[in-house]
Design a protein around this ligand. Structure first.
Ligand code: ADP
Ligand code: MG
Length: 373
């Protein structure tokens, strides 16, 4: 809600990039970011995320298209004049300088008076809770501490825009979660705008105000985390964000409307919400999340149901994952909470799986955006 009042701050308009004058690694990238937003580019490795950041920072040219910050084109501005803070996976701290000297560096090159630098460094050491570590060298710090220094060094000159490229990739899971808190805390406290890059969807869902799901140089969907999860725009996003059962089906009717009728390849009829099928589609992909499927043990009514053979179940602690097979041989996964109602079956046992139409989408088989309109 709050975002809607804020002005658009950063805009990519139809940005294209080729390194070899042949293949476009960024095909047609358009994105609007509001002041103070935390926007994540999420996509598989090689999808062009780093290239987008490099063009924004000024280390790579754009092949065509424009990038504007606060309404002004920046594509002809030298990198050091863009006043952008950057954090990378490999810290990039100066090993021969102390922590305090590393933090002072961006201020020294900006010719800030010495007394002010001292004050600022003390302030930012406190902010990252490393006040006692100012005299150490980076080699004397843990990975997490080094990354906090790198973060402080990217923020100390108070850039309005901060780019982070997989900054937590080198840290183990616990530390990564701590740093996710740390970064979002600083973002909320200081109010800068973040463009964050990760291939880790949980990280993206946890931290972002909006996520641009990126594949093969094209944004597949740009939306807040809950929208991406609850209302994926196409089969790629449905599969990439969270877990989904994707089952191939024939469309029977309704491809131009909100609810469609389809039949799975095994013959079972069902209803689904129309993800992005059009009247020209005859085939579709049905997607339903494992936690939305119910293993029927009573007569409670559901919109859709299907016979399935139990294969096995895996105990995962807080939940249990069940594997089933449909009559056409396709596999289907169900997740249930690990509570007293979690049923058990013998291998090969016939069961019935059920779900509500509202929890199930039909996507076009050629739905992933690859032209970038
Ligand atoms: P991501 O960050 O999503 O993993 P990148 O932007 O690094 O993706 O890479 C996108 C594509 O561009 C890849 O195919 C990669 O090999 C290619 N690429 C990246 N940087 C260069 C470069 N400096 N020269 C040539 N090709 C590059
Ligand atoms: Mg990258």
């Amino acid at each position: 809600m709050e975002q809607e009042d804020k002005e658009e701050f950063l805009r990519f308009a139809n940005v294209k990039k080729t390194y070899d004058q042949k293949a476009l690694v960024v095909k047609d990238f358009s994105l609007d970011v509001k002041q103070g937003e935390f926007v994540t580019l999420l996509g598989p490795s090689g999808s062009g995320k780093t290239t987008v950041l490099m063009m924004l920072a000024g280390f790579e040219n754009v092949t065509s298209g424009s990038i504007t910050v606060a309404g002004k084109p920046i594509t002809n501005t030298a990198p050091y004049k863009r006043n952008i803070g950057m954090v990378f996976q490999n810290y990039a701290l100066f090993p021969h300088l102390t922590v305090a000297q590393n933090l002072a560096y961006p201020l020294t090159v900006r010719k800030m008076p010495k007394s002010q630098i001292k004050e600022k460094v003390a302030q930012y050491l406190k902010l990252i809770e490393l006040s006692q570590f100012g005299d150490r060298h980076p080699g004397q710090l843990s990975g997490g501490q080094r990354q906090r220094v790198a973060l402080a060094r990217a923020l100390i000159f108070e850039p309005t825009l901060v780019l982070m490229d997989e900054p937590l990739g080198a840290l183990d899971k616990k530390l990564r979660e701590q740093m996710q808190f740390e970064i979002t805390r600083l973002h909320q406290k200081l109010g800068f705008t973040v463009i964050y890059v990760t291939h880790d969807q949980v990280e993206a869902l946890t931290m972002s105000s909006r996520i641009a799901v990126f594949n093969e140089g094209v944004v597949q969907q740009y939306a807040p985390p809950d929208d991406l999860y609850e209302r994926p725009a196409n089969a790629f996003v449905a599969n990439f964000i969270g877990e989904n059962n994707l089952i191939s089906a024939q469309l029977s009717k309704g491809a131009g409307t909100d609810t469609i009728d389809a039949s799975l390849d095994c013959g079972t009829p069902l209803q689904a919400r129309n993800g992005n099928c059009s009247t020209s589609d005859t085939q579709c992909i049905i997607s339903v999340r494992p936690e939305k499927l119910v293993i029927k043990t009573d007569n409670q009514p559901y919109d859709n149901q299907i016979a399935a053979k139990f294969i096995t179940r895996h105990y995962v602690g807080d939940f249990i994952r069940y594997y089933f097979q449909l009559s056409d041989g396709s596999n289907i996964t169900v997740k249930t909470l690990n509570d007293t109602k979690a049923p058990d079956f013998t291998e090969g046992q016939e069961t019935v799986l059920a779900w509500m139409t509202n929890d199930c989408f039909a996507f076009s088989t050629h739905s992933s955006r690859d032209q970038g309109e």
